[in-house]
Design a binder for this molecule. Structure first.
Ligand SMILES: [Ca+2]
Length: 411
């Protein structure tokens, strides 16, 4: 056998009949066959069973590395063979950093295979015995591990979210929080906020499922679902109340800022619900603008060309830089709630809010203060020149019917 070092990996050569590893030994490497042929066989008291003949480009010996167990079979060169040896550490790092659901499935398959193999070794290899064994349930502590359970829960959750977002799904709905004039509390518009009314877990706020939606690539569907519902609701307000000129704000995730299908979706939602474009406001955050700024700018300009308004959400917490305000066609800044929360107690928050207000005024943008919970905050904001606000002081986010009653009370 000859060896050639390639960093931590090596090439090895084996003569015909030479053992590469033996069943029952600990595993330190996996192997990729560069040239030749390898026989994988399983030893039983009755004699060896040939499991596989592997050729160029195939991998073997990986199982023992995944689960840190001993070799489940023996590998032997059938002809002069050269293999590329993959280090244990490198291999395990790939498995550990794999998508959790994928590594969970790999682990489950492997556990099942090993348990099956153990039983086979103590049974006669007739067809009936094999059929019986393969239908018997396996009990393995690893299936109860927190990581395994979490991966399965996430898989189930993702499936449920996808179903909830299907056209006949009813579990994902919007609630609406008013934005009002700070002068007199008059409603000016609404922000649509998504809720998942989960049949077992109850009402879920976005924080508990948006990360999952993002990981599963469902953000687009989720936002478009909200967009359609919000436009439908604004039309309902127009027809059922005296408040016929409110605007509707809808949050857009960063996924839309690299995919111009959103432009058509917005156009369709406006047309379907007979809304003038300027009554729709799309909220994006700064951090999402900077991912692919050029592409984001193009898409925002296309949206702007439809006639909708654009707002920069949670302003002040992200990359807040003058160049962004200048480069993107933004109509409104929403001052983040963290500054409003400490507005009456922190000089620094006051300075920041003052700076945001003068920035907005210099660029001809409107401002909305988020998270207002106290009349002192309203008074201070008015003194500083901010005249639109949103927060629990005026109203919590409300389901559609309650929001209509809230509006009627203010007619
Ligand atoms: Ca928002």
């Amino acid at each position: 056998m000859t060896e050639q070092q390639f960093g931590k990996q090596q090439r090895r050569r084996f003569e015909p009949g030479e053992v590469i590893f033996r069943q029952g030994e600990p595993g330190e490497h996996a192997y990729i066959i560069e040239r030749g042929e390898v026989e994988i066989s399983y030893s039983r008291a009755e004699g060896d069973v040939l499991l596989a003949n592997l050729g160029e480009g195939e991998i073997f010996g990986e199982m023992a590395l995944i689960d840190n167990d001993v070799r489940s079979a023996t590998a032997k060169a059938a002809v002069p063979t050269e293999v590329f040896e993959v280090d244990l550490e490198l291999f395990q790092r790939h498995v550990q950093t794999a998508e959790p659901i994928l590594s969970c499935v790999i682990q489950a398959l492997l556990d099942r295979f090993r348990a099956f193999q153990q039983r086979v070794s103590s049974a006669d290899l007739d067809v009936d015995a094999l059929a019986r064994l393969s239908s018997e349930p396996l009990s393995d502590a690893r299936h109860q591990s927190p990581v395994h359970q979490q991966a399965l829960t996430e898989l189930k959750f993702e499936h449920e979210l996808k179903r909830a977002l299907s056209p006949d799904g009813r579990e994902v709905q919007c609630v609406y929080q008013p934005m009002v004039s700070l002068q007199d509390g008059r409603p000016l518009g609404l922000e649509a906020l998504v809720r998942w009314y989960h049949p077992e877990l109850g009402t879920l706020a976005p924080d508990s499922f948006l990360p999952l939606a993002a990981r599963s690539g469902l953000m687009r569907e989720l936002d478009i679902n909200s967009l359609q519902k919000a436009c439908e609701f604004l039309h309902k307000i127009d027809t059922e109340t005296n408040w016929t000129s409110l605007f509707m704000a809808v949050n857009l995730s960063g996924d839309h800022l690299s995919d111009d299908r959103i432009v058509m979706a917005v156009k369709q939602a406006l047309e379907t619900h007979h809304l003038e474009p300027h009554r729709l406001k799309l909220e994006v955050t700064e951090s999402e603008l900077v991912r692919e700024p050029e592409r984001a700018r193009e898409i925002l300009l296309e949206l702007k060309a439809l006639g909708v308004n654009l707002a920069l959400d949670d302003f002040g917490t992200g990359y807040s830089s003058l160049s962004y305000l200048n480069r993107f066609p933004i109509d409104q800044l929403k001052i983040d709630r963290t500054f409003i929360k400490t507005l009456t107690t922190s000089e620094q928050s006051q300075d920041i809010v003052r700076a945001i207000l003068s920035l907005a005024s210099a660029f001809g943008q409107h401002t909305v203060a988020e998270g207002i919970e106290h009349p002192d905050q309203v008074a201070r904001l008015l003194e500083m020149g901010c005249d639109v606000g949103q927060g629990y002081w005026f109203s919590r986010p409300l389901p559609p019917e309650a929001l209509i009653r809230w509006l009627e009370d203010r007619t």
